[in-house]
Design a protein around this ligand. Sequence first.
Ligand code: G4P
Length: 540
Amino acid sequence: MHSDTVAREVRRRRTFAIISHPDAGKSTMTEALALHARMISEAGAVHGKAGRKATVSDWMEMEKARGISVSSTALQFNYTASQSPTTPADDPDHPHVVNLVDTPGHADFSEDTYRVLTAVDAAVMLIDAAKGLEPQTLKLFQVCRHRGIPVITVVNKWDRPGRTPLELIDEISERIGLTPTPLFVPVGIAGDFRGLLDRRTGEYVRFSRTAGGAKIAPEEILDADAAAAREGDEWASALEESELLSEMGQDHDQEMFLAGQTSPMIFTSAMLNFGVRQLLEALVELAPAPAGRLDVDDNLRDVTEPFSAVVFKVQAGMDASHRDRLAYMRIVSGEFERGMVVTHAQTGKPFATKYAQAVFGRDRSTVDTAYPGDVVGLVNAMALAPGDTLFDAPRVQFPPIPSFAPEHFATLRANSAGKYKQFRKAMDQLDSEGVVQVLRNDTRGDASPVLAAVGPMQFEVVTARMKSEFGVDTTIEPLGYSLARRTDEGSRAELDRQRGVEVFTRTDGAILALFSDKWRLAYVEKELPDLTLEPLVATA
Ligand code: G4P
């Protein structure tokens, strides 16, 4: 293994996720990116109801229909930047390698959605031009902020009526304290998307539509005079907005971006493929390359050191006929070669990587070599759990992935008392895998633990696996709590006396108080201000 090779591979890699609310256009944008990277020749998302072709995102649906539960997927593609003088990878022999790691959303929203964000170096926050910031985007953004992940903001659906750029910019600054620094401002209001004013060059990028948005939209680059002649008032107002932003200091600043304080912003129509190239260019030019990671002792494992990786998701087949179990790892350092025998830090046992796959939707291909920033699926990884470390000597162990704030709570019990032993065993297994958080207290005992989840799908996974893998029929019943706060032993007794509040110990030792609703929490906070009650974005 040559560390020069690794260093070069690292420099050209970018690993990111798209964070968004359902319907903002994540699947359409994924396809548009694949189209621009020339992975597919035509976007199927022509949104024609009839005769619609299978699209990249539909593959995931098919995967689900085949019963392999929800895919965590990473789409890897090469991209040769067209105007990226600052990056070393703009020759066609060494294009950039972009890893887009999927964040399961919609009905599949779960703790895994958050865990995916521990595997990326940057996020694209995709928002709908008409809707602005929406709840799921906000939750995912909080995790990015907590982990210090830099965020590029994309205002999508600019081809449809929506808000003004300044309204959207204000909303983002005011609600989440992130300052957008648009790289481009749109020419034409939302609903009349003509092109983009490139704020760094002062040029106009004019787009033309293709039939149904199936192909890359042709671009024409005009200088300011030609743009003014062509677009008149629309150009003038774009220019005015750009100047106003500069006066307010909202120009891109790489350090502030990397520090998570500002966010380069782009306006797109994923459906028409407008602005998608600009997004790719921003990613390869501005988003950070993979970096080393601190281990549990705070020592840095540099990217060029021997192989190490962190497991960020484990997926077990929910269908009994699919007993395969995929562990997804993000490579932190060194070169990965399929077949190498690495060490599982948590058990000290060897792990053979004979079956290594890249998974995207229905596409599974064998991975022979991979580098820091890449995501590799390991088949039949029975011993691996999220947060685990794999390494090639010298030994390293990375800190565990934190648990994220649960919002759904339920009790679980075995339908037949005779199955109690298997039930306990299964519960311990699913708990250690991080399928759900398990909460206990003395009042309730062990026969019906309380399960806590980020998304209700996690409960379905528990009951399905209880049955298929352990032969235990279970009943799950929702509990009347909707939010959790971290507390301590000192506050426990007082909290337990409150109506609508119950205190539990989680398996990792954290003490959590559950509240029926936010009003109950507000009441307790007001009446008993001395109690410890901390929000739980992530509890590392
Ligand atoms: P998601 O993965 O974030 O949930 O969103 P998805 O890409 O599925 O897009 C949600 C809807 O928004 C789709 O319409 C899609 O066509 C539309 N859409 C996405 N990007 C754009 C855009 O840039 N402009 C416009 N005008 N629409 C966009 P749908 O009606 O739900 O689906 P379909 O029936 O059109 O396939």
